[in-house]
Design a protein around this ligand. Structure first.
Ligand code: ADP
Ligand code: MG
Length: 657
């Protein structure tokens, strides 16, 4: 397959380096950085499949640099590197990740295990990125660890293992995806003699079973154990015991098969599980981050529920007070000594305006009502039989007085609900009972239906009698204090109001009356309420954004803290997109959790408010939208840090502390 076959003395080489050079600090040279340093000066090297090679050299001679190049963790500055005959420099980052995942297994001096994951999970990492199905992955990891004598330490975290054990975990990890080429950088450097010897025995076994093993060490004695020793000094090869191809064939190790399609879900689940663990490990920090999201979501839900609740209450009020009712009052300004007087002719004129269905005069005063020993002050009004219709006010008991009563100046009274309750505390039928209004006997004929409060006044603390009766017997004047008007339809309330106003102004030669539109007033009120809700909603939304920024901050911190973990994952074959997905997954998990708790908190706060009689109506749409916003907050604010993580250079990431 290799085009270089012709000049090979012993078959195609697995690895072929030609005049490979590596310079550091190239890009900074233009500015104030140190001048570029060449640390590998034209390396020429061929390694065949199945060889056991030791690269030996003093510290600083460029061994690690060479290993990073061999393992496709880094790119050479010049020269060519052919792996299986293919020029590696033509490959993009993802293709290099694929190579690392399929062909290489790394063993580092510092083990480089992921501290938050157990031994077994650490070993499974490369298979995760290879898309191996879960059962196979678990089986293989357990088998490898058991083979390396760690069958009873599967669940241990790295900090619960000795150095030798951690190095064996990292060897198992290197073998997880087959590990055709094992690259070991000072694998015994941090170990005591016995553990070191164990690791060397393992490497021998691997070489015997067909793995290509490249061992990097500064220790000559360790290097002597390999079948071929290459010595590196100051970035150049100074001796090589020769590249004889091994007698045995290519790797015997079982190669795992990958089912990428079916494993996507498993990988997703593993990502979420890992994300959950990271969240749990940093639970204090996470909960602080969550707080912003929780407050945001909960307040959005509560604010909108309160807004919706008051909206509904207003609608109910509108229904109760009759949206088609207008009231005409004298204008009352400080410049006037006395308010303008309304006359009964005005009432008649209003009645004649188009679109006006009925108009009822109302003359009123506060008088003392008495029954038995009970005295009570109430609004006493004289009006006509049109009153119930114009005010949209039905009867709870008995009947309203009649036109005959009006004509006869009858002393009959209709009680408002509060007056009824006051005078008849025991309940019972008041119709036919006698009461005193301003010490004059009146006969109760009916009770008005309960209406409630409007503009802070109890509308039911009222007693109504015929207009003429009130005018002559109670007040001694005939000018209505206001007029209740029923109009034909609500849509043209404004125009009708203007028509009435125009007619009255024309008749009276002055614009001294004003029209009060109950429905309009309620609508204005509801408008301010809605503005208020909107404002509060905005504040809630801002707190969501602040929460999102918190998430971003924490994720940026996480990326910085876990740079080495990212490097490890990349070395085991994670593509940039895998890293992106992982960190995005973590961010979304945080915000989804925050959103969920926020919804619960919102419902609980709302429930408490309901118990405190605050009118409240939960909107499921609002709840869904708030949750959705929180969740997408994770996507939006997690993206930048995740992207940053995904773009890290594997070597730089691995070298970080
Ligand atoms: P070894 O592994 O043999 O001890 P290295 O390959 O780590 O040697 O380093 C070889 C030389 O390259 C050293 O002089 C080191 O200072 C230098 N070097 C390594 N990495 C970098 C880097 N990222 N930037 C600049 N110089 C580096
Ligand atoms: Mg080194």
């Amino acid at each position: 397959m290799s085009p270089q076959d012709s000049e090979a003395d012993s078959g195609p080489a697995l690895i072929e380096l030609r005049d490979l050079r590596k310079r550091y600090g190239q890009d900074q040279a233009a500015t104030d950085g140190p001048p570029p340093v060449e640390v590998l000066h034209g390396i020429n090297l061929r390694i065949h499949a199945g060889e056991f090679v030791a690269i030996v050299g003093a510290s600083g001679s460029g061994k690690s640099t060479l290993m990073h190049l061999l393992g496709c963790l880094d790119r050479p500055s010049s020269g060519t590197y052919r792996f299986k005959g293919r020029d590696v420099s033509t490959l993009d980052a993802d293709a290099l990740a694929d190579l690392r995942r399929q062909d290489f297994g790394f063993i580092f001096q510092g083990y480089h295990l992921i501290p938050t994951e157990s031994a077994q999970e650490n070993v499974e990492v490369p298979a995760l990125y290879a898309g191996m199905p879960k059962t196979e992955r678990t089986g293989r990891a357990v088998a490898l660890l058991t083979r390396l004598g760690l069958g009873d330490k599967l669940r241990n975290r790295p900090n619960q293992l000795s150095g030798g054990q951690q190095q064996r975990v990292s060897i198992a990890r290197a073998l997880m995806n087959g590990g055709k080429v094992i690259l070991a950088d000072e694998p015994t450097g941090a170990l005591d003699t016995r553990s070191g010897a164990e690791v060397m025995t393992l490497l021998h076994e691997l070489a015997d079973t067909g793995h290509t093993v490249i061992l990097i060490t500064h220790d000559r004695q360790v290097a002597q154990q390999a079948r071929r020793v290459i010595e590196l000094r100051d970035g150049s090869i100074v001796s090589d015991t020769g590249d004889e191809p091994p007698t045995h064939a290519s790797p015997q190790c079982s190669e795992p098969k990958n089912e990428t399609a079916s494993a996507a879900l498993a990988e997703m689940r593993a990502t979420l599980r890992a994300a959950w663990r990271v969240m749990w490990v940093n639970r204090f920090r996470t909960s602080l981050t969550l707080l912003g999201i929780i407050i945001g979501v909960a307040s959005v839900i509560v604010m909108l529920a309160v807004g919706e609740g008051s909206q509904r209450q207003i609608m109910a009020q509108m229904a109760a007070f009759g949206a088609r009712t207008l009231q005409i009052y004298p204008q009352w300004s400080s410049a006037q000594v006395q308010p303008a007087k309304i006359t009964l002719d005005d009432v008649a004129a209003v009645r004649d305006v188009r679109q006006v269905v009925a108009a009822a005069p109302y003359i009123e005063g506060t008088l003392t009502i008495r029954r038995g020993n009970t005295d009570h002050k109430a609004n006493t009004g004289g009006t006509t039989t049109d009153f119930p219709r114009t005010m949209n006010w039905g009867m709870a008991r008995g009947a309203f007085f009649t036109e005959a009563d009006e004509l006869a100046l009858a002393k009959v009274a209709v009680l408002g609900h509060s007056v009824y309750r006051k005078l008849f505390p025991a309940g019972g039928d008041p119709v036919g009972q006698e009461i005193l209004i301003d010490n004059q006997p009146f006969l109760v004929v009916g009770v008005l239906r309960k209406k409630g409060a409007s503009m802070g006044e109890d509308q039911d603390n009222r007693i109504v009698v015929p207009f003429d009766t009130a005018a002559t017997r109670l007040f001694g004047r005939r000018n209505p204090d206001w007029i209740a008007v029923l109009i034909e339809n609500l849509q043209s309330a404004g125009a009708t109001g203007e028509a009435i106003q125009a007619e009255l102004t024309r008749r009276r030669d002055a614009a001294d009356l004003q029209i009060w539109n109950q429905a309009e007033a309620i609508r204005v009120q509801s408008q301010t309420d809605r503005t208020m809700t909107l404002m509060l909603g905005l504040i809630a939304a801002i707190s969501l954004v602040v929460g999102g920024i918190g998430v971003m901050n924490v994720m940026l911190m996480a990326v910085r803290e876990r740079t080495r973990e990212i490097g490890i994952r990349m070395a085991t074959g994670a593509r940039g997109s895998d890293i992106l997905r992982q960190f995005l997954g973590e961010a979304v998990l945080v915000t989804v959790t925050g959103g969920g708790i926020g919804v619960l908190a919102g419902l609980m706060i709302g429930g408490a408010l309901l118990l405190a009689n605050v009118p409240l109506a939960f909107s499921w749409t609002a709840i869904f939208v708030a949750f959705f916003c929180a969740a997408s907050c994770g996507l939006v604010f997690g993206y930048m840090p995740a992207k940053q993580a995904a773009q890290l250079d594997p070597v730089v990431a691995l070298a970080s502390e």
